[in-house]
Design a protein around this ligand. Structure first.
Ligand code: PA5
Length: 407
C-alpha cells in the first residue's frame, strides 16, 4: 500500500464558487457513467474483478517468464500504451525476467527489421493485443513475428503465441480458436484507451513482474473517492471555457514518459470531437525547459499545466564537490525538486493555471490509483463538454484514405 496521492488545486486559479455551476452536469455525468452499458465497464471493474481471471493472468505470466528470454507485445494505441506506461514507470522489478519489446506501434520497416534482427536468436514469446482484431499496424507486426516463430519453432510456435481480443468477433479470435493459442478477452463494454486494468494491460505487466493485485487495489481505492476526479474534470472545463485550450502534462521523472503518452491518448481520443476538446500535450522537465521554457513563461497563454510530481523517486545520487558551491553536496532529487518549485513560482507570476498531482512513490498501487483517477476524470470531463468520451469516429477517416492509397 502506498501513502496518499494528493491532487493540489491551490494554483489552478479556479475557486470553489467558480465550480458551483458544474454541479448539476457532474451529477448527470456520474449517473450516465453508473447506468450506461456503453463503454463504461471500467467504472465498475475494480469492484467486481473476476478473481479466477486474475489468477489465470498470473499463472500465464509465470509460464511466459519461464518460456522465453524476449517477450514481444504487439498492439497500438489503447492496446499498447497502458502496459508500456506501467512497465516503464515501474520496471524492471526482478533479475532474469524476459526483456520486453513492442511491435506494431508504427509502420516503420526499419524499426521492425532492426527489432527482429536484435532478438531473432533468443527464445521468444509474443502477445498480440487488438480489440477489433483488424488494426493494420498490429496485423503487419503479428504476421512478421508469427513468421519468425514458425521458422524457429515449427509447429510448437503456437505455444508461444498469446492473444488478447474480443470474446467472439474478429479474425484474431477466429485464429486463436482455430490454432489453440492461449487467449484472453477484452470485455465488450471497455474500449481500448480504458482497458489498462483488463488483460490488455495486466498480462504484460505481470510478465514484467508487476504486482497486478496491487494495481487493482489502487484502482479500487481511487474508485471510492469520486469527488477528486469530479473536481479535476470541472476545473479543466472551467479553464477551457476561459480560453485555455491546451493541457500540458509535465513530469520531472523520465519514468513517466509513457504514462504521459497514455494520458495524451486518453484525453485526446475521448474529448477531441465535434470541434471541441482540450488538446493534451506533454513536456519532460527540466529537459524541455531548455526548449519550451521560454514559450511557457511568455508565449501565448492558451494552456494550463498538470504537474505529475513524484515525491520520493526510486533512487538518488549526491552531486560531487566539483559541481560548484550551491550545487555541491546536494542530492539530484533535491535539485530537481527545487527546479519544480522554481518553475511553479515563476509560472504563478505569469498567471498560468496549475494543477499538481503529488505521487508519493512510483509503485503498482499508485499506478492503479492514477489510472482510475484519470480515466474517471477524463470521462466526466468529456461528458461536461457534451461529447461521447467512448467513441472515436474521426480515427476511421485516415484509415479509409490509407486503404485507398494502398489499393
Ligand atoms: O482507444 C482506442 O480505441 C484505440 O486507441 C485502439 O486501442 C487502437 O486503435 C487499437 O485498436 P485495436 O485494439 O482494435 O487494435
Amino acid at each position: 500500500m502506498g501513502a496518499e496521492l494528493n491532487i493540489d488545486t491551490s494554483n489552478a486559479t479556479v475557486s470553489e464558487e467558480d465550480l458551483i455551476k458544474y454541479k448539476g452536469a457532474l451529477k448527470e455525468a456520474q449517473d450516465f457513467l453508473n447506468k450506461s452499458k456503453e463503454g463504461t465497464g471500467w467504472v465498475r471493474l475494480p469492484f467486481n474483478y473476476d478473481r479466477s481471471e486474475l489468477k489465470r493472468i498470473q499463472s500465464t505470466a509465470v509460464k511466459i517468464q519461464e518460456q522465453c528470454q524476449v517477450f514481444v507485445v504487439i498492439g497500438i494505441g489503447g492496446s499498447y500504451l497502458g502496459a508500456r506506461a506501467a512497465i516503464e514507470m515501474l520496471g524492471p522489478l526482478q533479475q532474469n525476467l524476459p526483456e520486453i519489446y513492442y511491435a506494431g506501434i508504427n509502420i516503420s520497416g526499419s524499426y521492425h527489421a532492426e527489432l527482429i534482427d536484435r532478438i531473432k536468436d533468443k527464445d521468444i514469446c509474443i502477445c498480440v493485443i487488438s480489440k477489433s482484431g483488424n488494426t493494420t499496424e498490429t496485423a503487419i507486426a503479428f504476421s512478421l513475428f508469427k513468421q519468425l516463430l514458425l521458422k524457429k519453432y515449427g509447429k510448437q510456435a503456437s505455444e508461444r503465441i498469446y492473444v488478447i481480443t474480443d470474446k467472439e468477433k474478429g479474425v484474431l479470435r477466429e485464429e486463436a480458436e482455430r490454432e489453440g493459442y492461449v487467449s484472453f478477452v477484452i470485455p465488450d463494454d471497455i474500449g481500448g484507451r480504458y482497458s489498462v486494468l483488463t488483460p490488455v494491460g495486466l498480462l504484460p505487466m505481470a510478465v514484467a513482474g508487476i504486482d497486478i493485485e496491487s494495481v487493482l487495489d489502487g484502482a479500487l481505492k481511487e474508485a471510492e473517492l469520486a469527488d477528486r476526479s469530479e473536481k479535476y474534470a470541472a476545473i479543466r472545463n472551467e479553464l477551457f471555457n476561459r480560453g485555455k485550450l491546451i493541457e500540458i502534462f509535465e513530469y520531472y521523472e523520465p519514468r513517466l514518459h509513457f504514462f504521459a503518452e497514455w494520458l495524451k491518448q486518453l484525453f485526446g481520443e475521448s474529448e477531441g470531437k465535434e470541434g471541441k476538446g482540450i488538446f493534451p500535450a506533454a513536456l519532460a522537465l527540466s529537459t524541455d525547459l531548455h526548449s519550451m521554457g521560454q514559450y511557457l513563461q511568455e508565449g501565448n497563454q492558451i494552456f494550463f499545466e498538470t504537474i505529475l510530481n513524484v515525491e520520493e523517486p526510486k533512487m538518488d545520487i549526491v552531486v560531487p564537490e566539483s559541481a560548484g558551491s550551491f550545487l555541491a553536496g546536494k542530492s539530484m532529487n533535491q535539485i530537481n525538486r527545487a527546479a519544480m518549485e522554481g518553475v511553479i513560482e515563476a509560472h504563478k507570476g505569469a498567471n498560468i493555471p496549475m494543477i499538481k498531482i503529488d505521487i508519493p512513490v512510483l509503485n503498482p498501487y499508485n499506478f492503479g490509483r492514477l489510472v482510475y483517477f484519470f480515466e474517471k476524470a477524463c470521462a466526466l470531463s468529456g461528458c461536461l463538454m457534451g461529447v461521447n468520451p467512448f467513441d472515436q469516429p474521426g480515427v476511421e477517416s485516415y484509415k479509409s484514405e490509407m486503404r485507398k492509397a494502398l489499393k
